[in-house]
Design a binder for this molecule. Structure first.
Ligand code: FAD
Length: 394
């Protein structure tokens, strides 16, 4: 005897739980199945434990996809303001950290509890430790063979997320299911991920491990002006994570390590006002002493009194800091990536409902779809928006 449900959602993450609650509110009999032992594990880890649950300025321009228009419908049907309203309804205190990024004041648990309450109110059943063995389509909908028995449902929602952080339950299941039903999957790669460096760069720059600096990072005609962090393996911090999603193996990345001013003007004026001061003394008014000494050596710049620099040499110093080009060796990969770029081809999904165009009753939502947000709460907003839309149609 199979267990009968109107809707089965595979994946009890941000998108799956939110979609299930919407469908349940419409009176649908819904069950969420997840192979992990706990629900919403990425939410709990997110935003340093405080969950950057949305961004006040979220718009289609903050997402990467082969079809940049695809996300527009879902984002306008259920916007950041709708989710912010729900967070407020639950009395969850939050604050803007920077650049419109909204974080819980207390804990990411508040967001998981919100989702579980919404599911509970809508009589949604959530089952963990459930391995999905196979899925078949039949006249009534779908049959799922699982470690918890056989299920039969009219609508099936795939909300299994991407490949990042396999330790938190990530699996390629959603992509495999898409291919089983004839939906192509755009090539996947790690996004919002630290860069690793070639030995010759790492050997010198690792000395700066733990140092953070304001920096604009540019690659493939895109720039982000936030902070960057030197690590013992390479480069990280918001600027780096952001640009990593636009980077392809072999590309150079250009950093402006003095993004808010004109270093050449500063150096020229220092050469006049403090002619006997060394370059490192002048630079240490803007960077830590350690950073000055490591970077001067790394850029092969002489540390001599300012009066000994010719105009052209000052330009070289300014250029080294304003236009530092480096070729990363690679990224840290899915082990530490916050997201997975690529995914289920949006050409095969309805942007209005998230339903597969070629399979009635099959929906894909959240990160498994080829829509990836920038760093800053955009990925959760995509999870909420795509989930809400599917929740109205399953
Ligand atoms: P997920 O949340 O990944 O959920 C997928 C679910 O499917 C999981 O519960 C998983 O166990 C289950 N599953 C997978 N395979 C199977 C299977 N075969 N069978 C059954 N179940 C399966 N985004 C932000 O916007 N703000 C942040 O602050 C933020 N911080 C992050 C921090 C970290 C460390 C990480 C890794 C990501 C962060 N993100 C953040 C990204 C965000 O977490 C994801 O984009 C979002 O969780 C995607 O939601 P989802 O529901 O599509 O997938």
């Amino acid at each position: 005897m199979s267990i009968q449900r109107d809707v089965i959602v595979i994946g009890a993450g941000a998108a799956g739980l939110f979609c299930a609650a919407q469908a349940g509110k419409r009176g649908r009999k819904v069950e969420v199945l997840d192979h992990a032992k706990k629900v919403g594990r990425k939410i709990l880890m997110s935003g340093g434990g405080r969950c950057n649950f949305t961004n006040m300025y979220a718009g289609p321009e903050n997402f990467l996809s082969d079809n940049p228009h695809f996300c527009k419908s879902a984002l306008s049907q259920y916007s950041q303001w709708d989710f912010i309203g729900l967070v407020a309804e639950y009395g969850i205190a939050y604050h803007e950290k920077t650049l419109g990024q909204l974080f819980c004041d207390e804990s990411a648990k508040d967001i998981v509890n919100l989702l579980l309450s919404e599911c509970n109110n809508a009589k949604v059943k959530v089952t963990t430790h459930c391995d999905i063995i196979s899925v078949e389509k039949n006249a009534q909908g779908f049959t799922l063979h699982t470690s918890k028995g056989e299920y039969q449902c009219e609508s099936l929602v795939v909300a299994t997320g991407g490949l990042s952080m396999p330790k938190l339950g990530a699996s390629p299941f959603g992509y495999q299911l898409a291919e089983q039903f004839g939906l192509p999957v755009k090539p996947t790669r790690a996004g919002l991920v630290p860069f690793t460096l070639h030995e010759q760069d790492k050997d010198v720059l690792a000395e700066l491990s733990g140092v953070s600096v304001d920096a604009s990072a540019s690659c493939n005609n895109t720039s982000f002006n936030e902070s960057m962090l030197f690590t013992h393996r390479g480069l990280s911090g918001p600027s780096v994570l952001q640009i990593s999603s636009f980077w392809h193996g072999g590309d150079d990345v250009e950093f402006d390590l003095y993004p808010h001013g004109d270093l050449l003007e500063i150096l020229k004026s220092s050469a006049t006002k403090q002619p006997d001061a060394n370059l490192s003394t002048i630079l240490s008014q803007h960077y830590s002493k350690r950073m000055c000494s490591v970077l001067l050596a790394y850029f092969n710049l002489p540390n001599k009194p300012m009066k000994q620099f010719q105009g052209k040499q000052l330009e070289q110093v300014a250029d080294a800091f304003h236009q530092w080009r480096i070729k990363p060796n690679g990224t840290e990969g899915y082990r530490t990536a916050e997201v997975t770029l690529g995914g289920v081809d949006t050409d095969y999904l309805s942007s209005k409902t998230m339903q597969a165009k070629n399979v009635d009753g099959l929906f894909f939502i959240g990160e498994v779809v080829d829509v990836t947000g920038w760093l800053g709460g955009f990925n959760f907003q995509w999870a909420w928006s795509s989930a809400w839309v599917a929740g109205q149609h399953v």
